[in-house]
Design a protein around this ligand. Sequence first.
Ligand code: ADP
Length: 457
Amino acid sequence: AEQSYDVVVVGSGGAGFSAAIEAKEAGKSVILIEKMPAVGGNTLISGAEMNVPNNWVQKKLGIKGDSPEIMAADTLKGGDNVGDPEMVKVMTDKALEAAEWLRDDIKVSFIEDQLFQFGGHSYKRALIPEGHTGAEVIKKFRKKAEELKIPIKLNTTATDLIQDKEGKVTGIKATNREDQSISYMAKDGVVLTTGGFGSNVEMRKKYNSKMDESYMSTVTEGSTGDGIVMAEKIGAGLTNMESIQTYPVCNIETGVISLLADTRFDGAILINQEGLRFVEELERRDVISNAILKQTGGYTYQLWNDDINDISKTMEAHEGEYDELVKQKLIVKADTLEEAADFFDIDVKQLKATVEKVNQYAKDGEDKEFNHRGGLVSLEKGPYYIEKAAPSVHHTMGGLIINEKTEVLKEDGTVISGLYAAGELTGVIHGSNRLGGNAITDIIVFGRIAGQEVGGK
Ligand code: ADP
């Protein structure tokens, strides 16, 4: 069977929806293909915080001095200057416009008076969607796609790119759940937005032997690198494939990211089995993950109190996760440190000494041991929460090489005509390490560009 559209978009995460909506609004006929039974990809299950310099919440909170240039510098430095400065500049220059588009056109609700400062960022600049997850973003994207009458084909896996005699990409081959094969032809172009390869262990090992089955992953089972493999087969260049990020604080049984533990951005501390801090809690994800793996058992405990949660409000946002952790005995709430420590058999004496030091550093406004960049918060008052956690594979920084128009490039730098890509399957932005809150900025900015470019803007 064969169907024809102007534009075929493969993968329905944030990048795919952004591309499909822009192309449709440019007057094109568009279809969105998704291999899973539901839309959303990792965008859906992420916290979906979005770094935006000079955003409206910064203005409201009186945070001054941020700029696209400073965010670009943070991003490049956070990725060991492996990212492409030109592409990073595009991302940070267009971040505000993309966020306003999400707010005004897609009707995403962002929390009006709260921002996150993820590790490696010089400012609190991450907008938080209502509910602190991507559910808000994907729900509104679906609604918009419905309004625009963009057909979404679920349970349909793209397997190959189709090219004409000149090598221009003119469509995709796909298979549905009944194993029927269908060709979706694209007059103007194909946009690949299939996400990363975090749940493809073989592919992880092929590019980085350390990222083997000993790591669980935070990502959905759809993240198997399909778009990267399909494009490579027709000559696309790959870059930075060995850079695979672990998220430091995840469920030790399931690998799932702990969003409840976002209290870390507002003062929660990390300790080991011996009751000692061992890393700055706002360090880069790779630094924290590696530090955790060096501790007894290869795990950490995160400790906070209600004063910290009053700032971060994650307990309210992630009640379901809290209940699940209680059931799994991976979190304890207790009035005293003794009681909390006892639950996990943590060295009480050392823990109390650690907390006393933290309280002193909070008072002094200076963390003399680890130089916490956000400033520590006093843990004098209980009740206390202690959550056990470990790192898990989270984001694959490498992937396809694209240019500023999101055209996919060959190894030699020439354009593969008719093929565009945006989102986690591209490899040029984040370098060796992606900073928190930068994925949503990346996928929305470049997803929109892909849709506009293929839409003939
Ligand atoms: P991004 O953050 O880059 O938008 P996501 O992980 O949020 O990436 O979304 C990628 C989506 O692409 C997921 O929903 C995933 O199931 C889908 N996908 C992956 N491979 C294929 C494929 N071969 N065919 C169709 N959809 C795919």
